[in-house]
Design a binder for this molecule. Structure first.
Ligand code: B12
Ligand code: SF4
Ligand code: SF4
Length: 300
């Protein structure tokens, strides 16, 4: 078996639904589109997006002599079954993907080292300065939908990670985009944050205001019941209607699923620390989550 095929098989053994490989070369078209989005101010206060723009689209700046970008997708088919007026994005039911996807990718890196002891490699999951969706498209594991998210035949509920390496491999081809005449996500976004197809203005997006925005300023728009993240533009997408739920395959925590209104409203700091250690919600900190809950409570 060729090395690329062995890597993909190992990725599957590690629990990734998809694995594709892109040639590491500067992505000029994608970089230009990204810079255009920055000129529109779509990054809101996330000034980290303005730094290291070259690095995001040229992995050689992250790993010297980088030849290949191995992209993996972790699929999380989790049902949204709220017992309360407070909604939480599905990815927050998982343990913190920054940790477990990274661990799995490090195992994939160790597998590569077994096969090629000289190999240099580096893992990225979300935090690094790399445009993960752009590389996923290049690696042939999906295309960008009008909601700006990577999607394929299984839908869009994925977390993306990459393994950069200086080993040359066989490369995959991008698949064509296929939203065709649909614009459901754009019409359904409660705050009209998808201003143009494929482009989200974070300054309007609920998932920015209730997760990323540290200022917690008096944001005028409603959170529309979402206290952490937002899944509306994925829930309405026809690509996500055929989900076969397979919770045992995910690093799944049912805690939020069982929360009732009073559990959200009466959450105290020690319970927050106890229950949410190791979960994405912990990144928002107690005061941040309570700000969101209070805001939604006042809107109900
Ligand atoms: C900043 C960020 C956000 C911001 C901004 C969102 C956004 N659309 O950019 C906020 C906080 C709002 C956010 C929200 C969410 N995020 Co987020 N986010 C990121 C992060 C860290 C950087 C993305 C970025 O650079 N954005 C800036 C914009 C300008 O760039 P862009 O969207 O990549 O698109 C530009 C280029 O890539 C280029 N381009 C590339 N390919 C193509 C194809 C076409 C056809 C076109 C026209 C252009 C184009 O043009 C675009 C310029 O407009 C990535 C992780 C990473 N390091 O990549 C995760 C990431 C994109 N987020 C992710 C997730 C899961 C979410 C949420 C679904 C979470 C939730 N449920 O609440 C929401 C979805 C909101 C949405 N509809 O986008 C996943 C996406 C998985 C997937 N299936 O695509 C990522 C990849 C994290 C991960 N490692 O898995 N996120
Ligand atoms: S995550 Fe929510 S607010 Fe953001 S673009 Fe999607 S539907 Fe709109
Ligand atoms: S809802 Fe329609 S337009 Fe939006 S991403 Fe899904 S298929 Fe594409």
């Amino acid at each position: 078996m060729r090395l690329a095929e062995e890597i993909k098989k190992e990725a599957q053994n590690l629990g990734f639904s998809h694995c594709g490989i892109a040639k590491a070369e500067p992505l000029l078209k994608e970089k230009a589109a990204f810079e255009e989005a920055l000129r529109h101010g779509y990054q809101a206060s996330m000034s980290f997006l303005e730094r290291n723009v070259d690095t995001r689209f040229n992995p050689e700046l992250l790993l010297p002599h980088c030849k290949s970008v191995i992209v993996v997708l972790f699929y999380y088919p989790i049902p949204q079954k709220c017992h309360s007026d407070y909604k939480v994005a599905r990815y927050a039911y998982l343990q913190d993907y920054h940790v477990f996807v990274k661990e799995k990718l490090e195992k994939l890196g160790a597998f590569l080292s077994q096969k090629c002891p000289e190999a240099q490699w580096r893992v990225t999951v979300d935090s690094s300065t790399i445009s993960e969706k752009s590389w996923a498209v290049r690696a042939g594991v999906g295309h960008i939908g009008k909601n700006s998210l990577l999607q394929n035949e299984m839908g869009s509920y994925f977390m993306i990670g990459t393994l950069l390496t200086d080993v040359e491999l066989d490369y995959d081809q991008p698949t064509p985009a296929d939203c065709v005449d649909c614009d459901l996500c754009m019409r359904s976004c409660p705050v009209q944050a998808i201003e143009e197809p494929y482009k989200v203005n974070a300054a309007k997006c609920i998932a920015y205001h209730n997760v990323e925005d540290k200022s917690r300023d008096a944001h005028g728009d409603s959170f529309h019941h979402w206290v952490f993240g937002c899944d509306v533009c994925q829930e309405v997408c026809p690509k996500n209607q055929k989900i076969s739920y397979n919770l045992s395959a995910t690093q799944y925590s049912s805690l939020f699923l069982h929360f009732k209104n009073e559990d959200f409203e009466n959450l105290d700091e020690s319970d927050f620390r106890h229950y949410f250690a190791g979960h994405c919600a912990a990144r928002r900190k107690y005061a941040g989550l309570m700000f969101n809950i209070e805001k939604v409570k006042n809107e109900n």
